[in-house]
Design a protein around this ligand. Structure first.
Ligand code: PEP
Ligand code: MN
Length: 348
């Protein structure tokens, strides 16, 4: 349910609604809208009806949320959520470019990629330190050493950093070293992990599961938000279909649909969705045209030697060229792709 407060509702009136909600076991989430305050309340619907909230001073109306996801929903919050991490404004007017290798391999590899990605306009550096691989015999990631490398490259360049976590211990360590934690496609319905990331004070990027419906994906985001973490970024990374020429099938229709259903930022990963570097440019452009708030692109200084996902990785030069092409396209849809010298309030 959403409790819509009157425009002139006082602090006391808002607090007393919250007190009633809490005393009946509901969790009230205060949302500061552009024009008024609304309180999103999650709990049993029938019990809610008996509270008589509409009679309380300052309450304009009580609106039921029909969708199974609540806090994630546009019905609770109609303005877009913008997540600020270092210079990145994820979900704002600016298209956020997240770039970096599939896996952290060495300090030199990450540092070179970070510097070149930053110079091309990226705001966030990615790199896997814990790799959930299909085979247990392939490279599993540098783990703690990888996190330290990401941290060093982030500090050196000023870029925000993101890495995938796979369990409780990796989450705890990642929170010490990086700015954003990523829940990978294979873990999208790992409910224990979703609850755990819901309790950390870092933004979470939630990838869509390999065969997840949009509703399942949004319900996974609801798990995170219901634990108190409101900084959730969604990422469409392709779904499994019968097609074999691409690694996955990029579901671009999910972008405008999810933007309509939810206030959360939506990024697109053209690397894992296609599996082919030569398709990344076209899909990146299509994603921006479809309304994506950013792109997560794998970039490696020498893709042929990459320990992981080389065939889908761009060289730093190709990434720089693509970022340039995206600027013109973004302008056509009222967005911007930052130039490296456009810093959001940070001196560097
Ligand atoms: C990744 O981003 O490194 C990754 C493994 O992606 P996904 O979970 O989408 O497969
Ligand atoms: Mn990868």
């Amino acid at each position: 349910m959403v409790v819509v407060m009157k425009k002139d509702a006082s602090r006391d009136q808002i607090e007393s609604v919250n007190r009633v909600l809490e005393s009946f076991g509901f969790s009230g989430h205060l949302i500061n809208g552009v024009n008024r305050i609304v309180i999103g309340a999650v709990g049993d619907r029938q019990a809610f009806a008996s509270l008589g909230l509409e009679a309380l001073p300052g309450v304009e109306k009580v609106v039921p949320i029909m969708r199974p996801f609540k806090l994630v929903s546009r019905e609770v919050q109609d303005h877009p959520t913008v997540i600020n991490v270092k210079d990145a404004r994820i979900g704002g007017e600016e298209i956020t470019l997240v770039a970096g290798p599939c896996a952290v391999e060495s300090l030199e590899q990450v540092m070179e990629t970070a510097e070149k990605a930053k110079a091309a306009g990226a705001r966030v550096l990615r790199g896997g330190a814990y790799k959930p691989r299909t085979s247990p015999y392939t490279f599993q990631g540098m783990e703690l050493e990888g996190l330290k490398i990401l941290h060093e490259a982030g500090t050196h360049t000023g870029l925000a950093t993101i890495t995938e976590i796979i369990d409780g211990p990796s989450l705890e360590l990642a929170c010490r070293y990086v700015d954003i934690v990523q829940v990978g496609a294979r873990n999208m319905q790992n409910f224990g992990l979703l609850k755990a990331v819901g309790q950390v004070g870092k933004p979470v990027l939630l990838k869509r599961g390999l065969s997840a419906t949009i509703e399942e994906w949004l319900m996974a985001a609801e798990y995170i938000m219901s634990e108190g973490n409101e900084q959730v970024i969604l990422c469409e990374r392709g779904i499994r279909t019968f097609e074999t020429y691409t690694r996955n099938t990029l579901d671009l229709s999910a972008v405008p649909l999810v933007k309509d259903l939810s206030h959360l930022p939506v990024l697109v990963d053209p690397s894992h969705s296609t599996g082919a570097a030569r398709l990344v440019g076209a899909m990146s452009k299509a994603a921006i045209a479809a309304g994506a708030d950013g792109l997560l692109i794998e970039v490696h200084p020498d893709p042929r030697k990459a320990l992981c996902d080389g065939p889908q990785s761009l060289t730093p030069d190709a990434f720089t060229q693509l970022a340039g092409e995206l600027r013109g396209l973004a302008a056509a849809v009222g967005r911007t792709v930052p130039l490296p010298d456009q810093l959001n309030g940070r001196k560097n």
